[in-house]
Every structure is written in structure tokens, then in C-alpha cells.
Design a protein around this ligand. Structure first.
Ligand SMILES: CSC[C@@H](O)[C@@H](O)C(=O)COP(=O)(O)O
Length: 323
């Protein structure tokens, strides 16, 4: 776990780890305006569904407590909600805080702090429940494959999918982790590998295209990933590249487990096909660290997320249940 919380409230402002600077340096952002928060969310300085939920709630609190803020709070909330479209936690977190507007700034801030504290508690519960489930169904010690970063950096502390990994590791039941690098922004190589190194867990980074082969070659006993939104029918939307892992796991008979808080379950969205999938800038694919890797003018379709149909999902683990 990072020694500081990924996103927090201190001295009338939001403090967050700038995830664009990892793994090279741990830099904290001081965020004093809603505009700066939206910029941090769009650039993925703050990212990961549960962290976005907490940031959304704290952002509404920021608007509510700022003296002389030009923004009225509902307008700020609407802009925050639209900062990224796919993770339902962002809109959920905004709404949790906004619901207390009539109670005044202190009530809004208290609600936002509750969202933060509940995220911390939920991740612990998800980690323990997921570890219990895997050890009962599969047995240990376990080698796990994961994708993107669903760790402490995607939440406030501990993590969801990587929270399960962390709980297994604490019990001495983790053999190894294979982390997909997660093109194009490398959340796996930059963030998950950083977290695994800090927790002292044995791990190997693989190119995304190698992920299905890791499963087919019998190197892992389970795939554990997070989610940005779980539709009412159980379809799971997560970082692009999750779906191929689910297909490979299904073929190999390896459990494909999704670890996420209840706030990621969106009963208002019937199926995965109804989830808005973020399409990000082509340059994230056609250039690498600012250096072009494709001929000038090459088009790129940069889906940030994909949909894993429910029938490929073995179990969804939340703080409250396994289903
Ligand atoms: C606990 S985090 C779950 C998901 O949010 C995570 O797997 C993911 O896809 C994050 O995408 P990102 O684009 O980095 O915000």
C-alpha cells in the first residue's frame, strides 16, 4: 500500500498522488479548484473507478466549501460527472455528496468524507472475501493474472482486484502475479508493478498480447480484475484488454473473477452494450512517451474499455456478496 492515500482531503483541498509521474517519482497534487480536479481526472493523474468516485464526492465538497466560487455547486457537479464517461463510480460519488447540498457546505463535506471512508472499508472487505473465495474454490498458493491497475492507486487504500492479491499475500497464499502491461498508458507496468514491488509480491509484467497465452500455458490458477461498471445483467466493463483474458480463461477452465465495490454495480444500465465506452485521443496509441511510433496522420481507434459478457465471468466479489 502506498504510505499516503491515493486521494484524500486535507486543509480545505484535495490531495492526490499524481499517477502520471509513477513509477519514477511520488508527487502529490494539491487541488484547490474543480477545474484542476477535472484536468487531473482527464489526464489520469487520478484514475481507477473507486478513486474517481471519491474524487467526485470530494470535488463537490470543494465547490461547496470554496468561498466566492464562481461555479454554483450543481453546475460544478455536472461538469465533474462528465469528466470521464465509463466508470459509474464518478457520477455515483458526485451524487452522494450533492444529495446533501440542502444541509450546507459542512454536510456536503461530511458526505464526501464518508464516501472516502466507506471506500477504505469496502476494499478491505473485498480483499478478504475474494481471498476466501479463491482459497476455498481453487486452493493456494495461487498464481494470479491481472490487468490494468485495480490496486490502492485505483482506490483510496488497499485496492479491489489487487486488494484480493494483497490479502492473499498477507496470508502467505500468493505464489506469483502476472500483470499485463496495459497499453497504451501502461497502468499495469507503471502502477501495478510499482504496488506489487512495494508489497514484496513476486511478479512478472507481460505484454497485453501475451496475457491469453499465460493462461493457456497454465501459468495462473485465476484471473482477477477490477471493473469500471457492472451492468444490471452482470456484463463487466473494464480496461480494454480484459475481454481477451476472459475468453482465454473460459477456454482454459480458469476462474475469471471480478472484484469491485457495490458502487460499481449500475442497476440503471441494463447490459454492457448500454455503457458509454470512453474513446481517448489517437495520440496515446500512435505515439509513445511523446515519440511518434506510427506514420504522421495515422488514424487510431483508442477504446479505453471493453465489455466482458456475463457468461464469461465466474464470480463478482463485492464488499457485501459474491455473485
Ligand atoms: C479498482 S479499479 C477498476 C478499474 O477502474 C480499472 O481496472 C481500470 O480499468 C482503470 O482504468 P483507468 O483508465 O486507468 O481509469
Amino acid at each position: 500500500m502506498s504510505s499516503v492515500r491515493t486521494v484524500d482531503w486535507a486543509d480545505h483541498r484535495i490531495v492526490a498522488i499524481d499517477q502520471t509521474r509513477l513509477p519514477h517519482e511520488v508527487v502529490l497534487l494539491d487541488i484547490e479548484t474543480v477545474d484542476d480536479l477535472i484536468a487531473a481526472i482527464r489526464s489520469l493523474a487520478i484514475r481507477g473507478a473507486p478513486a474517481l468516485g471519491v474524487a467526485g464526492a470530494l470535488g463537490v465538497a470543494l465547490a461547496a466549501v470554496s468561498p466566492g466560487s464562481a461555479d454554483d455547486v450543481p453546475a460544478a457537479a455536472a461538469r465533474l460527472r462528465a469528466a470521464r464517461p465509463t466508470a459509474v463510480n464518478l457520477a455515483w460519488g458526485v451524487d452522494q455528496a450533492l444529495a446533501h447540498l440542502a444541509g450546507g457546505p459542512d454536510a456536503v463535506l461530511s458526505a464526501a468524507i464518508r464516501v472516502r471512508d466507506e471506500d477504505i472499508a469496502s476494499c478491505r472487505a473485498i480483499g478478504e472475501r475474494g481471498a476466501d473465495w479463491l482459497l476455498e474454490r481453487v486452493g493456494g498458493p495461487l498464481a494470479i493474472q491481472t490487468h490494468c491497475n485495480a490496486g490502492a492507486l485505483a482506490c483510496v487504500e488497499w485496492g479491489t482486484a489487487l486488494g484480493v492479491v494483497r490479502s492473499l499475500h498477507e496470508r502467505g497464499a500468493l505464489a506469483h502475479v502476472y500483470a499485463d502491461e496495459t497499453r497504451p498508458l501502461l497502468q499495469g507496468a507503471r502502477l501495478t508493478a510499482w504496488e506489487l514491488a512495494r508489497m514484496g509480491a513476486a511478479h512478472t509484467v507481460v505484454a497485453d498480447a501475451a496475457g491469453p497465452s499465460v493462461i493457456a500455458n497454465g501459468l495462473v490458477q485465476a484471473v482477477v480484475v477490477g471493473a469500471d461498471r457492472i451492468a444490471a445483467n452482470g456484463d463487466v466493463v473494464n480496461k480494454v484488454g480484459t475481454y481477451p483474458l476472459a475468453l482465454a480463461a473460459h477456454r482454459a477452465g480458469v476462474p475469471f473473477v471480478v472484484a469491485a465495490p457495490e458502487s460499481t454495480v449500475d442497476m440503471a444500465t441494463p447490459t454492457g452494450a448500454d455503457v458509454p465506452i470512453e474513446v481517448r485521443a489517437a495520440e496515446e496509441v500512435t505515439a509513445f512517451a511523446g515519440v511518434a511510433v506510427a506514420p504522421p496522420g495515422t488514424a487510431a481507434l483508442n477504446y479505453a474499455f471493453d465489455v466482458t459478457p456475463r457468461d464469461l465471468v465466474t464470480a463478482i466479489v463485492t464488499e457485501a456478496r459474491v455473485f
